[in-house]
Design a protein around this ligand. Structure first.
Ligand code: ANZ
Ligand code: ZN
Length: 803
């Protein structure tokens, strides 16, 4: 027996698979299909990280299993390559981002290939390829034509260090998700996408898909559907109202003041009447430096200023109340103004305490001098004329009706979800394919002129006015209006990093199509994606965005399913040996290349799947890697104990059938670690017996193949099995054979043994009763009788008393 040399074996089989196009899809559309998808990587300069192969191996296992089960499998790969990291690198090293991308892609590709993933490489896509982004631009134009893309002056999140606008999703704890820089508010003219128009469908259609629960919950919370009332508060001595959004109209009698956001238009409107305008201006200035995150942080000290000179009137009792300005009310939610009920809202309570504003209890149950009483389940309304004595739920209903009847308010659904800020003032992204004409306004570039190519520039840095470097290229910017032919200007903003990934799963279906985004018959056959695995961090970004785009494409008749992904799962992170995040600065990053070189790709794959619960984060362990290598060495040595025979060894039959069942089920339910453990147990059984048949090892090799495809393929060849393992068949198991040992249990009727039943030793009384009824000799004594008592001793005896 030759030594186990993974590096030789692995290269050999990778070459064979590629040459024979083993992992390419079949054109035979009568076959059942399976579309497995992983989140295509961002080809960063650092190369692959050991975190990447974890989800890739998992879906590679599922894809390989499905092929062996006879499915036509699509398991594609590509590159999500626009965006800041590459651009920042390009700026720093003065290399064109296209070059940087090419280099990074080449390296990623080599790394991925060395691990032996069964990707369909002929369908490789790259979001920065003009042939690809042509269609990203095309979809944008469709959105624009349907009124779902619009330009608006918006206070946006602005990263002071990247000098770029960010979506809410890209701001984490008040900082830029990319660079960690400080994020402030800045008002800019931005392209926006109306994802809010799809808010309800994005919630409701979650019922149609099989996503892990935490993904569903996070999306629902992020969309944040909230049912309440918009209530009008008259402004004293004016023919004008201040609208507020509240989920608690029952507390209207407890309103002691109002608060508007720092950017609320009321200030501008009444600036001549406001007595302390200067003070207000100062406060506005102070608030503008804070992100929404900082403003809404619960723990922070409340700040604010009373607006002197204007007052509001409470619609339920006509009491005059002051209006304050404070940053704890956001302009971007509801109406940008609130009715403050300090007795029953914690933020209002803190504010009232700080500024000495009155606190009026309207729901009984707490001590509102000590804290806001917020329990809505058990409270009863007091001090509230129209609704006194009612429970909160009923009070809300009654007062809402009253407000509507009197034209003082209307029911309203609000969402936390905001429209998607879709402009970036950066170079390395898809140009937004619109032209601005003084006469015609915004006009899309005609379809036959797509793609609008990203021009070569000398300098990729954003301009200091915050515009994209494209704005510095008059020869690119100046063009003619596609509608009227007059001089016009191109939009210089580019699309965000998330654009290309919002539809990439469709391009895989027909990646080389020059006429269309993808052919209808391909879309109809392959969609939806059957199983999509990706990071939890994308739940409220990419996953939500792509569901939105897909629904839009559905609405314009381009795709045939309302949801793009049937199933969504998510993996845990791989941490450093000491349980902390792997990072360059900590110097604890493990490079998969080193593991492949030293131990082999099959060891890396086995280890990443054996490392622990797939959904949990786990620390890396070099010892664990070594253990997996030893396991594969033992698998390799199995060839020495194989004898001829096309049936399972009798003593191994049960355990083999059980292992088939366990491994088959575990691969489907992300329990890769326990599947591998079962194979390790089977291997031990093989070695204990010391002699196994070809049938025994054949099944073992197929079961292990999805995890360790190279060594199993090599052993398959050494042992002289027909064809290639990767084209063989997944084994099936026999339910009967996996029953544990069967015992014979005596059954007594009125104290006499009337027969025996064959039953498993841990069977329950119900099973025993069924078995007894199937047994003729016992049944004779039960017929036409009534069972009055049963005594059942598990695994021992079954006593029946009848009369
Ligand atoms: C009065 C009230 C009394 C409220 C009470 C709550 C409890 P959700 O569920 O998140 O939709 N609110 C409304 N607009 C706001 C804004 N722009 N910035 C900050 N807070 C705002 O929350 C709705 C509640 O959040 C609203 O109901 C309002 O306070 C506040 F005992 O109105 B409530
Ligand atoms: Zn024009």
């Amino acid at each position: 027996m030759a030594e186990y040399r993974p590096n030789e074996i692995e290269k050999k089989w990778q070459k064979v698979w590629e040459e024979k196009r083993i992992f390419e899809t079949s054109d035979d559309k009568s076959k059942p299909k399976f579309y497995a998808l992983i989140e295509f990587p961002y080809p960063s300069g650092e190369g692959l990280h050991v975190g990447h192969p974890r989800p890739y191996t998992a879906l590679d296992i599922v894809a390989r299993k499905r092929r062996l089960e006879g499915y036509n499998v699509l398991f594609p790969i590509g590159w999500d390559a626009f965006g800041l990291p590459t651009e920042n690198y390009a700026i720093k090293h003065k290399i064109h981002p296209k070059k940087v991308t090419e280099r990074n892609v080449a390296r990623f590709k080599e790394q991925l290939k060395s691990i032996g993933f069964s990707f369909n490489w002929s369908r490789e896509i790259n979001t920065t390829d003009p042939e690809y982004y042509k269609w990203t631009q095309w979809i944008f134009i469709k959105l624009f034509e349907k009124g779902l893309a619009y330009k608006a002056e918006m206070p946006i999140n602005w990263c002071t260090s990247c000098k770029v606008g960010l979506a809410n999703e890209e701001v984490v704890a008040g900082r830029c998700e990319r660079c960690g820089g400080e994020v402030v508010r800045k008002t800019k003219n931005q392209w926006m996408l109306k994802i809010t128009e799809y808010a309800d469908r994005l919630i409701d259609d979650l019922d149609k898909v099989d996503y892990i629960e935490r993904v569903k919950t996070q999306q629902i919370n992020w969309i944040g559907r909230s049912e309440g009332m918009e209530v009008d508060f008259r402004i004293k001595n004016k023919d004008d109202v201040l609208k507020v959004f509240t989920t608690r109209p029952d507390t209207l009698y407890g309103v002691t003041y109002m608060v508007i956001a720092a950017e609320h238009p009321l200030i501008e409107k009444y600036k001549d009447e406001i007595e302390n305008l200067e003070e207000i201006r100062k406060y506005q200035e102070y608030a503008s430096k804070k992100s929404d995150f900082e403003r809404t942080e619960l723990s922070k000290e409340k700040t604010g200023v009373e607006i002197k000179g204007i007052k509001a009137i409470n619609p339920v009792n006509n009491i005059e109340i002051p209006i304050w300005i404070s940053d704890y009310v956001l302009m971007s939610y509801g109406t940008g103004a609130i009715m403050a009920v300090p007795a029953h809202d914690s933020r209002d309570w803190e504010f009232a305490k700080k500024f000495g504003l009155p606190i009026v209890e309207v729901v009984k149950g707490g001590n509102v001098e000590e804290a806001a009483y917020t329990d809505t389940e058990s409270g009863i309304l007091v001090n509230s004329e129209l609704i006194n004595g009612l429970e909160v739920k009923d009070a809300i209903e009654k007062i809402s009706y009253w407000l509507e009847e009197n034209g003082l308010g209307k029911r309203k659904v609000n969402y936390k979800l905001r429209d998607w800020v879709f402009s970036r003032q950066r170079y390395w992204g898809e140009p937004i394919p619109l032209v601005h004409c003084d006469d015609c306004g915004w006009v899309p570039v005609p379809e036959e002129e797509l793609p609008v190519m990203l021009p070569e520039v000398e300098n990729y840095e954003p301009t200091h006015t915050g515009e994209s470097p494209l704005a510095n290229m008059p020869e690119w910017v100046n063009t003619t209006c596609p509608k009227c032919g007059k001089a016009a200007m191109r939009e210089t903003d580019t699309m965000p990093q998330w654009a290309g990934s919002s539809w990439y799963f469709l391009r895989y279906l027909d990646p080389h199509n020059k006429e269309k985004l993808a052919r209808k018959e391909e879309i109809e056959y392959w969609m939806p994606v059957d199983w999509y695995n990706g990071g939890m961090e994308h739940t409220t970004l990419h996953l939500l965005y792509s569901r939105f785009w897909h629904k839009f494409l559905y609405d314009i008749g381009l795709v045939n399913t309302v949801e793009p992904y049937n199933k969504r799962t998510s993996h845990g992170m791989i941490l450093g040996e000491n349980n902390e995040k792997m990072s360059k600065s900590r110097g604890n990053v493990v490079n998969p290349d080193d593991i492949v070189k030293e131990y082999g790709a099959d060891t890396l794959r086995t280890y990443e799947m054996f490392i622990g619960d797939f959904e949990k984060s786990v620390p890396w362990s070099e010892n664990g890697v070594k253990g997996c290598r030893r396991f594969l060495e033992r698998v390799w040595r199995l060839q020495e104990i194989v004898v001829d025979g096309d049936e399972y060894t009798k003593e191994l039959e049960t355990v083999i059938h059980k292992t088939i069942k366990k491994v088959s089920e575990d691969y489907e339910t992300l329990k890769f670690n326990t599947a591998i453990a079962a194979l390790m147990t089977l291997l031990n059984e093989f070695n204990e017996i010391g002699k196994i048949t070809k049938a025994d090892i054949k099944t073992f090799l197929i079961l292990l193949n999805p995890v360790a495809p190279h060594i199993t393929e090599e052993l398959w060849e050494i042992l002289g099995f027909n064809g290639m393992l990767n084209q063989s068949q997944w084994p099936s198991y026999d339910e009967e054979k996996i029953q544990d040992e069967i015992i014979e249990m005596p059954v007594q009727v009125n104290g006499k043994v009337r027969g025996v039943i064959k039953i498993s030793p841990d069977a329950t009384q119900d099973v025993a009763r069924e078995k007894a009824k199937e047994n003729e000799s016992i049944m004779k004594y039960l017929q036409d009788k009534q069972i009055v008592k049963e005594i059942f001793v598990v695994g021992k005896i079954y006593n029946i008393v009848v009369k």
